[in-house]
Design a protein around this ligand. Structure first.
Ligand code: AMP
Length: 193
């Protein structure tokens, strides 16, 4: 089963993706975690992208598409994967479709977490307080920029998946447990169908 977790920054994509990874034994692929790893390790790629990430912008499509193509080819993705933070632009969604079609694979569901944006700032501040290693982009100013990037470049991906019949809307304002339960109901129903 191949899934996409979709939603604005702070909506809870990472939290839910981790839980789904455990329950369904499919691999969480967080592009944000991978990129932060590159920055921390000070690789060539990390040096190229750290300013972009700190500003809340998106790293170039070619880079991220290559990263994901490598990941989904790995044996650990054989049972399936959950994309967390990808695709974030229409060209990324189209490239993903192409790479999966070539492998005879597909996306089964796009789980879109719907949230009230005014509450996201508070959530992200809370996350910044709880995370041992602070994220350099978890501050109010960068979050606002990340939200505007979400509206301009990422939200337009939703109609693409809606047209493909893959979009499942989830109320992301519920408790973590209730969101998980709503997602599991969707997945289990479709598995039984
Ligand atoms: P995230 O942890 O998913 O919020 O991602 C943190 C940052 O990594 C984003 O603000 C972007 O700068 C970068 N990033 C993560 N995923 C992508 C992507 N699919 N396309 C472009 N940039 C990305």
């Amino acid at each position: 089963m191949n899934l996409i977790m979709f939603g604005p920054p702070g909506a809870g994509k990472g939290t839910q993706a981790k839980l789904l990874q455990q329950t369904y034994k499919i691999k969480q692929l967080s592009t944000g975690d991978m990129l932060r790893g590159e920055v921390a390790a000070q690789t060539d790629l990390g040096r190229r992208i750290s300013d972009i990430m700190d500003d809340g912008g998106l790293v170039p499509d070619e880079l991220i598409i290559e990263l994901i193509a490598d990941c989904i080819a790995q044996p650990e993705c054989k049972r399936g994967f959950i994309l967390d933070g990808f695709p974030r632009t229409l060209p990324q969604a189209e490239a993903l479709n192409e790479m999966l079609t070539q492998k005879g694979q597909k996306i089964d569901h796009v789980l879109a977490l719907e949230v009230v944006e005014d509450d996201l700032v508070e959530r992200v501040k809370k996350r910044a307080g709880e995370t041992a290693i602070a994220r350099s982009d978890d501050n109010e100013e960068t979050l606002r920029r990340r939200l505007s990037v979400y509206h301009e470049q990422t939200a337009p991906v939703l109609p693409y998946y809606e047209a493909a019949g893959l979009l499942r809307k989830i109320d992301g304002m519920q408790s973590v447990e209730a969101v998980t339960a709503q997602i599991e109901t969707i997945l289990n129903k479709s598995a039984a169908a």
